[in-house]
Design a protein around this ligand. Structure first.
Ligand SMILES: [Zn+2]
Length: 141
């Protein structure tokens, strides 16, 4: 009896452990895929809207190898050092693209809103400098 019990219990426990490990591993793989897909979809929306201003999609994993965040590098617009009508128009177009790209995913993050706010400040500054320049040109003429 004792022998029989030992023989029958041991493999049962072993199998149970193996099953649990497999279940955990499956759950982890599912989570990895789910997170990856969600993050990738978000970043792909940024990238598509950013066009040539956007870099490649980066997915960031935690120490357990589970994707937790992602990003797409984007060039932030700046006011040209020597502002011209043309240069400022480029800055304005650039800023508008960045704003559109920041808000492209259906679930923009806090960082996305920060990028949007920064681009909006540059946009309004570029508009006011452009206006000043055009007024000066009118005055000179
Ligand atoms: Zn985002």
């Amino acid at each position: 009896m004792l022998n029989f019990t030992n023989i029958s219990i041991k493999p049962a426990i072993k199998n149970k452990n193996k099953l649990t490990t497999n279940k955990l591993e499956n759950a982890k793989q599912k989570l990895i895929k789910k997170n990856y897909d969600e993050i990738y979809e978000h970043e792909a929306a940024h990238k598509a809207a950013a066009g040539s201003l956007g870099g490649s999609i980066h997915i960031v994993n935690n120490s357990a190898g589970i994707p937790v965040s992602g990003f797409v590098p984007i060039t932030i617009p700046a006011i040209p050092e020597k502002p011209t009508q043309n240069g400022l128009k480029k800055t304005i177009d650039h800023a508008k693209t960045v704003i559109k790209a920041a808000m492209a995913p259906k679930d923009p993050s806090a960082a996305d809103y920060q990028v949007k706010a920064k681009a909006e400040r540059t946009l309004s500054k570029a508009k006011s400098v452009k206006k000043k320049i055009s007024q000066n040109i009118d005055f000179m003429a």
